[in-house]
Design a protein around this ligand. Structure first.
Ligand SMILES: [Zn+2]
Length: 291
């Protein structure tokens, strides 16, 4: 009996492994390119140069961009951009720094966009307790309501978190969503582990390219590789290698990946494959789009 069981298990294992290898071969091309999981392509800094930005990104190996919204006023712009560029995927949401001007009806509009336009996530949402004059209660209200939408639509969330890691974790424990990305992660190792337990990946980008960012670089070097995704947050968070004053762009993601590879003692190809697989697993709707 034990022997039969062993044969059964080893046959199943061999089959599973060969199937995995087949799938790996089929998707090889996809996994060797980068995904920028956070790029504000509609930002004013980019003027009307979006076509150049998307083309330059693709030429640098950044084949897929996730475009988060920040307020109701830009949902339609983000939708139109993603329709124009098939390798761009939208997320809709109200950013904590835009909750001051948001009104309750914006949540109805968000619900409408979620049901009509198949985003890959709800975002960018979260809490920003860094700037004191932002109304924290109001931020929490919009954050909680959007978490409920994420739960109802079974969508991942893209989180903006500043000085609010533990408050965000508290809400995530109360309202169970399917995970998402803690964008521009800058918390402790312990907080990182809590996000991972809740189904989240941690977003790393330009900030880790600064040699003085020792704590962040330590995290990038030591967190489980399967928990890391790459992002630029373009036009914000310019990397160390960019001349001061110039906007960040998704094409720079490839060089940020080089930093991550050096920090972890991996090849850039290994970083590309891992981070792309991680992005596809946490944002499954990306799998259905053009890659
Ligand atoms: Zn952002």
């Amino acid at each position: 009996m034990r022997c039969n069981k062993f044969i059964f298990y080893s046959t199943t294992l061999t089959l599973t492994l060969s199937r995995l290898r087949e799938r790996e071969l089929e998707s090889d091309g996809n996994l060797n390119m980068f995904i920028d999981t956070h790029c504000h392509l509609d930002a004013a800094e980019f003027g009307d140069t979006q076509a150049d930005i998307v083309r330059d990104a693709a030429a640098a190996g950044v084949g897929r961009l996730v475009i988060p919204s920040v307020e109701r006023a830009n949902f339609e712009t983000v939708r139109a951009l993603c329709q124009r560029f098939p390798n761009c995927a939208p997320a809709y949401g109200i950013h904590p720094m835009y909750t001051g001007t948001a009104v309750p009806h914006d949540l109805d509009v968000l619900r409408e966009f979620l049901s009509q336009h198949q985003p890959v996530a709800i975002g960018e949402i979260g809490l920003d307790f860094f700037i004191k004059h932002y109304d924290q209660t109001r931020q929490e209200h919009f954050f909680v309501e959007q978490l409920k939408l994420a739960r109802d639509f079974d969508l991942p969330v893209l989180l903006h978190i500043r000085r609010a890691q533990d408050t965000i974790l508290k809400h995530l424990r109360q309202i169970k969503v399917r995970g998402g990305i803690a964008h521009a992660f800058n918390g402790s190792r312990q907080q990182a582990d809590e996000f991972i337990k809740l189904g989240f990946k941690l977003g790393f980008g330009g900030a880790m390219t600064y040699p003085r960012a020792t704590k962040l670089r330590e995290l990038a070097a030591t967190l489980p590789l399967e928990s890391i995704v790459l992002e630029t947050d373009a036009p914000d968070i310019p990397p160390d290698f960019l001349q001061r004053g110039l906007p960040n762009k998704p094409e720079y993601l490839a060089r940020m990946a080089q930093t991550l590879a050096e920090l972890r003692g991996l090849s850039v190809e290994e970083v590309a494959r891992a981070t792309t697989a991680n992005a596809l697993s946490v944002l499954p709707a990306l799998n259905t789009g053009a890659l």
